[in-house]
Design a protein around this ligand. Structure first.
Ligand SMILES: [Zn+2]
Length: 639
């Protein structure tokens, strides 16, 4: 199946990629039917997220889609610009870029757009007019949203500059007329699931629940969840019932009960996440963006992860750090590899590759968390990566071939070790009371991510990992080499993301930069080479790489265990934070010449039930539309 299509098209800096769920067809009819109902529940909430991101987003979407579907008399140049803009709009669920949070706009003139809208109206398009509004009045009303990048420029603005307010400068629809000052002395009852509106001098919480805000969408979601109940195993049924209760009342106590019930469901083959969950859209970090995922366990890939978790104590005894920092009571984190069938809202078309929930810290401490890695998403990312991307930064043809052959599995194995053994390993000095982050402060996350990455790099070549079934033993050495090469390369390639300044802020990026530069300073594992004015980070000695990783890991663990803030700060200041802006400019120029995408929107699998003459579902068929526009128009028609 290597010849099937993953990368469908590129729109500006967004790749559009088809997602495949190969295991679906082999599921039981019961599980397929369960997924079919959960799939509809997921898509039924799609409009909630559009509306949360921007108050005009749904009206804009209908306007754009109506023009695209009544376009016979629209001039081709105008039409192709409207199509480009609309595709970006779909990928980002509104007019704001997913990575930069900045608004993107139409590049044709307003007059051209107006002519296109009238041509569509004459061909039967139906626009979302407000009362007695004319087409021209509607367009005038939406003009700043569609054409002016300086009007409401950011969807979420966490650092607006001195004297400016984070809520007033954020264009999202989680608040209306509210500034941070209004919130002083105000206690929210529905922090996660309400829109906060200021009318006159009063603040009102518009609760997201049945009978409240988004009543239509939530009622549909609840109907489909209810239809799913008869097909759900007992623990999952309990979780779905708790979710229905939360959607019905909106009460936070019911949200907590749902979190706990969802956690208790550890063994079902099928699972779903559906609700107001992540808080990144809110500059305050309080309000939840709506999202849904439906997925089933990838049994093959989960087997290895489970075995790894069961062997956690074996690995702990072999950690290359001072034995006093080994955990006596080690248990691996329970993690599963899953295949996604559908994602909507905050998790689709742009998706994470791993999820660890719930976010409620008190529930995590009392009940644990579920961690999933999205196996088919990872695979699709890997398969859709343009060849030019690897070729540009790899030193030799051999390195390119290795990356293409083993890159995906190498990435999976290190991610699994990172999550299952990395974060859970090691102990800290008693005087830190289990909370090293309090003394390591802003250095903590980067240090902890380094530690987990180093554990993964250290053990990737360990025969026990092959015994667990995570990779074929006969190719292990080559897979490890591939991972080390990719890791070294990445320190160079990741600079493309920081187009301004000469400092790295993001913790995962700091960690990766720090490891590679520490290895360069302390080992002979990585060569910096030049060819035709281009820089390459070339991994030349896997044994030196591995030994260096072991030494650095011992030191990183010591810093964490002793809470040595000064050493952590020095480590990242020396190796992780600063980079040469000239080198970054070189990397950016190379990436831009190749027109490489910076993020991905996925086209989801499509489900269709097969129904007999009595209305019973006898099968659920899965297909792959391979076209963003077809899928988005279909979603808008049906959900
Ligand atoms: Zn991590």
């Amino acid at each position: 199946m290597t010849d099937r299509k993953y990368l469908l098209e590129q729109v500006d800096d967004a790749a559009v990629v088809q997602l495949y769920a190969d295991g679906f067809s082999a599921l039981s009819l019961n599980d397929k039917t369960l997924i079919w109902h959960l799939y509809q529940a997921a898509l039924s909430g799609r409009d909630i997220y559009y509306d949360q991101r921007y108050r005009h987003a749904l009206v804009m979407r209908q306007l754009l889609e109506q023009i695209l579907t009544h376009a016979a008399n629209v001039p081709p140049a105008t039409l192709s610009e409207i199509r480009r803009y609309t595709k970006l709009f779909w990928i980002n669920s509104g007019p704001y870029h997913n990575l930069t949070a900045r608004k993107f706009v139409l590049k044709c003139t307003f007059e051209e757009f107006r002519a296109a809208a009238h041509a569509a109206a004459n061909a039967g398009a139906r626009f979302p007019m407000f009362g007695i509004e004319t087409v021209d009045q509607l367009l005038e009303r939406l003009k700043p949203a569609l054409f002016d990048a300086t009007s409401e420029p950011m969807v979420t603005c966490k650092t607006p500059g001195p004297g400016r307010d984070i809520l007033a400068t954020s264009a999202n629809n989680l608040y209306s007329g509210v500034t941070s000052a209004d919130l002083e002395g105000f206690t929210e009852k529905f922090g996660l699931n309400s829109r906060l509106v200021k009318t006159g001098d009063t603040l009102v919480e518009e609760v997201y629940c049945i009978g409240g805000r988004y009543d239509t969408e939530i009622s549909d979601i609840v109907m489909h969840l209810t239809n799913a109940l008869p097909y759900a195993p007992a623990t999952m049924r309990t979780a779905l019932e708790a979710l229905i209760r939360w959607y019905t009342t909106g009460e936070d106590a019911d949200r907590a009960a749902y979190d706990i019930a969802w956690l208790a469901d550890k063994d079902s083959v099928v699972d779903t996440i559906n609700g107001f969950i992540e808080v990144y859209l809110d500059a305050r970090g309080i309000k939840g963006a709506w999202e849904a995922l439906v997925y089933y366990v990838n049994i093959e890939k989960t087997k290895g992860i489970k075995k790894l978790a069961e062997s956690a104590a074996w690995f702990e005894e072999r950690m290359p750090w001072d034995p006093q920092w080994r955990r006596p009571d080690v248990t691996g984190v329970t993690a599963r590899a899953i295949d996604v069938v559908v994602e909507a809202g905050d998790s689709g078309p742009v998706t994470p590759i791993g999820i660890n929930l719930p976010n409620d810290q008190s529930i995590r401490e009392g009940h644990g968390s579920k961690s999933v890695s999205l196996a088919n998403i990872n695979e699709a990312y890997d398969k859709s990566l343009p060849t030019s991307y690897r070729r540009e930064f790899a030193w030799s043809e051999d390195e390119v071939t290795r990356a293409e052959t083993w890159g995906a599995i190498a990435g999976e194995v290190t991610t699994a070790i990172h999550e299952v053994l990395g974060h859970g390993s090691g102990r800290v000095a008693d005087h830190l009371n289990g909370q090293p982050q309090l003394v390591l402060k802003e250095q903590y996350s980067a240090l902890e991510e380094s530690r987990a990455d180093l554990v993964a790099l250290y053990f990737a070549g360990e025969p026990k990992v092959a015994e667990c079934g995570l990779l074929p033993a006969e190719h292990q050495a080559e897979i490890v080499q591939t991972e080390y090469e990719a890791y070294a390369r990445n320190a160079l390639v990741q600079l493309r993301r920081i187009r301004e300044g000469s400092q790295i802020e993001e913790d995962h990026m700091r960690n990766r930069q720090a490891i590679v530069h520490w290895l360069m300073a302390h080992t002979k594992a990585i060569d910096v080479r030049k060819r035709d004015g281009k820089t390459y980070y070339v991994m030349v000695d896997a044994k030196a790489f591995h030994d260096g990783v072991g030494r650095m890991l011992a030191e990183v663990q010591r810093i964490k265990s002793e809470g040595d803030y000064a050493a952590a700060a020095k480590l990242f200041d020396t190796y992780g934070i600063h980079f040469d802006p000239a080198l970054r400019d070189e990397v950016v120029a190379r990436v831009d010449t190749l027109n490489l995408p910076s993020y991905t929107g996925f086209v989801q699998p499509k489900l269709l039930p097969v129904v007999d003459k009595d209305g019973n579902i006898t099968d659920v068929e899965i297909s792959y539309p391979q076209d963003l526009e077809t899928q988005m128009l279909e979603y808008s028609r049906n959900y």
